[in-house]
Design a protein. Structure first.
Length: 518
């Protein structure tokens, strides 16, 4: 396995990153040189191996320059979700012990406010322009040679934070190895690319923000293969199709929200673009409704590959042909291992089809295991012996295929009975008058909690008691009555992250005024 320094020597003119539809192209030689300059400048500013860098950059031209500067400096690189609230960004900058904070000028007001509240940061650097309280990166690089030597390079790492949909984000951190950069390779995940059908020479589309685990991990892995990343600034469905066509994209990764927006394009618009170059279209991050998956399979066929994993590890993999035989599954263990399903007492659930908490086997070496930074309780709660969980509930069928049914944190306890909302959501989303839905538990004097659905109606559908009764009856006809919603509220929009994950904590806050069960 190689890295950008290797390809800067072997294929210097090969594009490493293409931004947008070719608006900015960076070759391997340029990426290697720029990252070395930034690494040397940070070293001169006092950043030592083991340190931490936080970035609020968006999908900017300089993103991978800074990323690779950190990866070859033996430090932690923490990209921050720019959609977070100011206090959440402040929390991440402080929690990751950032000594250096990069921010793009497009986030200038937000970055300036965060800077005032994070005094432990030693160096603040602006990219793309000036920000109050920050030194422009170009100024820091002014006395750095254009093509400097960078001795004693050691392998850094990425420290990513959870989405924060059920509380403050949690950092997932693994120990640094201290291995030399030139032999350690670019990413431990690069070897997995072959499982997905990704290979050297691919042109890999990144339609999502690079602060997320999967987009960043898979994009960086392309640089370990000498391939080209094509990075969209922001996702627009028609623009994505145009870029696939014009850049001859061969591989990509999506989330169900992307699929839904692509499918909402008029048929004539979709037919206008040639996407025949697309050999691999991976999707993950959130449950994909079966009708959406079926529609994408009809459109993109066997290119569709789904997996289930987390920043912490995992996971499973399922290809199009398998999914057609096991619709709704997220696949079998991608390394041939065992998927463990445990009951509330931690005992194995051996019968196929029986629900429980989903666990994977942790690495044998303690140093290879993840931990939530500065949160030992949450770390310990994720492990049972040599097993760890991502917090999902599900079951394994007789053929070893995993089906996810919900998140543990979403469980509703009504009259002492456990109810997992995703089952109800899956039934409601299949109704033609429902565009989007979330099912949550709300306070009930009699039952403790009761089931409520919050629905975004389909376009042109009138809301009111008649629609509420129709949807409740639809659920009761297809599932146990206690799992059906007692009431339904109608809204214009639900709080989702851009990867499609429902931010149920924010939704529950509307109903649990005292903060319980959130």
């Amino acid at each position: 396995m190689s890295n950008i320094a290797h390809f800067a020597e072997q294929t210097p003119d090969q594009p490493a990153v293409i931004y947008g539809n070719g608006e900015h192209v960076e070759t391997y030689a340029e990426l290697d040189r720029r990252s070395r300059r930034i690494a040397l400048a940070l070293r001169r500013a006092g950043l030592a191996p083991g340190g931490s860098v936080a970035v609020l950059l968006g999908n900017a031209n300089e993103f991978f320059d800074v990323y690779w500067a950190c990866l070859r400096s033996g430090v932690y690189f923490t990209p921050i979700n720019w959609h977070l609230a100011e206090n959440e960004i402040q929390y991440i900058v402080e929690n990751c012990d950032a000594e250096v904070f990069f921010a793009h000028v497009s986030f200038a007001p937000l970055a300036a406010r965060v800077a005032q509240r994070t005094p432990r940061v030693l160096t603040r650097l602006s990219v793309g322009g000036s920000i109050e309280g920050f030194t422009p990166l170009d100024d820091l690089l002014a006395d750095v040679p254009e093509n400097p030597e960078l001795p004693d390079q050691t392998q850094g790492s990425v420290m990513l934070y959870s989405s924060g949909t059920t509380g403050m984000p949690k950092g997932v951190r693994r120990p640094l190895t201290g291995a030399p950069f030139l032999t350690a390779g670019a990413s431990p995940f690069a070897l997995f690319m072959g499982m997905f059908g990704i290979r050297a020479g691919d042109r890999y589309l990144v339609p999502a923000p690079l602060y997320h685990a999967a987009p960043l991990t898979f994009a960086a892995a392309q640089h370990a293969l000498g391939s080209t990343c094509v990075v969209l600034r922001r996702f627009d469905p028609e623009d994505a199709l145009r870029v696939i066509q014009d850049q001859r994209v061969t591989a990509s990764q999506w989330v169900p929200t992307h699929f839904k927006r692509l499918l909402q394009l008029p048929e004539a618009t979709r037919a206008r673009y040639d996407v025949s170059s697309l050999r691999v279209a991976i999707h993950a991050a959130a449950p994909c409704p079966i009708p959406i998956k079926e529609a994408m399979l009809d459109w993109w066929g066997d290119a569709i590959v789904e997996y289930y994993a987390g920043t912490e590890g995992g996971g499973t993999l399922i290809r199009a042909e398998e999914w057609r035989k096991h619709p709704g599954s997220v696949g079998r263990h991608w390394a041939g291992g065992r998927i463990h399903v445990l009951d509330e007492n931690g005992d194995a659930v051996d019968a196929p089809g029986r629900e429980g908490a989903v666990y994977f086997e942790a690495p044998d070496l303690e140093v290879a295991r993840f931990r939530y930074y500065k949160d030992d309780a949450k770390t310990q709660g994720s492990y049972r012996g040599n097993l760890f969980t991502l917090g999902d509930i599900g079951y394994v069928d007789a053929d070893g295929y995993l089906f996810l049914t919900d998140r543990q944190s979403n469980m509703i306890i009504s009259g002492g009975v456990n109810i997992y909302p995703q089952e109800t959501e899956n039934i409601l989303i299949s109704h033609p008058k429902v565009h989007d839905v979330a099912v949550i538990g709300v306070p009930s004097e009699e039952m403790g909690e009761e089931v409520k659905a919050v629905v975004v109606p389909a376009a042109g559908v009138a809301t009111g008691p008649e629609l509420e009764a129709e949807l409740i009856a639809h659920c009761r006809a297809l599932m146990a009555h206690y799992k059906a919603p007692r009431t339904i509220d109608f809204v214009d929009e639900l709080p989702r992250t851009e990867t499609g994950k429902m931010a149920k904590r924010r939704l529950k806050e509307r109903y649990w005024s005292d903060g319980r069960r959130i």
